[in-house]
Design a protein around this ligand. Sequence first.
Ligand SMILES: Cc1cc2nc3c(=O)[nH]c(=O)nc-3n(C[C@H](O)[C@H](O)[C@H](O)COP(=O)(O)OP(=O)(O)OC[C@H]3O[C@@H](n4cnc5c(N)ncnc54)[C@H](O)[C@@H]3O)c2cc1C
Length: 417
Amino acid sequence: MNFIEDIPVRGHYDLIVAGGGVAGVAAALSAQRLGKNVLLIEKSIMLGGLSTIGLINFFVPMCNGRGKLIIRGMAEELLRLSIRYGYDSIPEDWKNGEPVKPTLQRYCTRYSPQIFALAMTELLHNAGITIRFDSVVSMPVMNGLHCDGVIVESKSGREYFSAGVVVDATGDAEVLYRANVPIRQGKNYFSYYGHALTLESCRLAWETKDIAKAITGRHGGNADLYGRNHPAGMPVYTGTNANEISRFVVLNQCQMLDNIRTETRTSRDIITLPTMCQFRTIRCIDGDYCLTIGDQYRHFADSVGAINDFDQRDFLYEIPYRTLVRSGFDNLITAGRCVCGDGYAWDVLRVIPPAIISGQAAGTAAALVLDSGRPIYDIDIVQLQQTLEKAKVMIHFNDSLIPEKLADDVNVESEHF
Ligand SMILES: Cc1cc2nc3c(=O)[nH]c(=O)nc-3n(C[C@H](O)[C@H](O)[C@H](O)COP(=O)(O)OP(=O)(O)OC[C@H]3O[C@@H](n4cnc5c(N)ncnc54)[C@H](O)[C@@H]3O)c2cc1C
């Protein structure tokens, strides 16, 4: 505690959210809507994280692939916000919400990352949430397994903020890791993508009167989430080491320049490069439960939201609350891509709509335990689920959505604990 005595105390908040990606935004907003005083600390100067400054401007499908909306609540709210002032690519059948008839079109959309960031800032600002941009949460201050608050580094120097609850929405479990909460490590392939314009894409946009068609892309590394196109012999990246991250950026930027060198100089421009590394899985909490693909179609008594696989039609999951917390740590919780999942199940959890759902759950849980005084890992789960349902989250998927040919093969029994 001597260390803290030298650092100016800047205030107390009910909830501090570290990281202003979509998960952090959802957590902050959910707690604020339940009457809590919230500070959101973001190291860049835009909200949205990978979904904006990382240039990942695509809400993956939020339906089962047969016309049923699965991922609702704040994910649906933020999807609609992402396109309110900018372009979209919502399929015709979903333009006005859930279609009346079954459809194979999937509910997903592209959006302008910059305009989405502006809209999120306005939303949080108008809600009365305090946003600290250009500020890094550098260290949680622990008192045993309890987090008293966080140390923040910024142009204002080193400051201390105390909190009732802290949500780690940093995308790489930075706060949890430094608080000695057990974590799991991911791996990342060589990929780097920027937004570009070409004369041809601008002509197409002009002809169709659709500005989205002007945006095209340019790659450095071009590996996908399964590691396809990862250069032979190149190690994978953990994303947890500054030298390794710098090497990743340098190699990718050189590769991108190589890729465009032969193009006619005046025929195109790169309009934005990502300002955070496009790493998919860095660290997640080693939570009280780890979701696996074996949990497909499984109901959890502590579900905080039904989600669907973004890639494969019909495949459904529920997010157990235990994937957000670790027993013993009474006021630390996580959300977004730091939620505990294994292999492809981590991928299913970390994409934008589920990241928003876990953010909404984390912020709501924080608000409830601030009122009840219970440890966050021992929340009244029924109260949490009822509160989330009121905020339009689908807690459990309906078994009628399990395809008949699968129904006999999978274990759909509820888990009890
Ligand atoms: C290459 C790639 C392609 C993808 N494609 C898609 C796709 O098509 N569709 C889709 O839905 N998802 C996609 N995803 C996944 C998705 O973009 C992310 O998983 C999701 O946006 C994660 O949101 P988040 O809020 O959990 O974390 P992040 O977006 O990582 O946000 C974390 C925020 O915390 C801030 N931060 C970090 N550390 C600190 C600190 N110490 N102090 C203060 N602030 C801090 C960061 O600046 C950032 O703003 C893709 C991801 C990648 C990498």
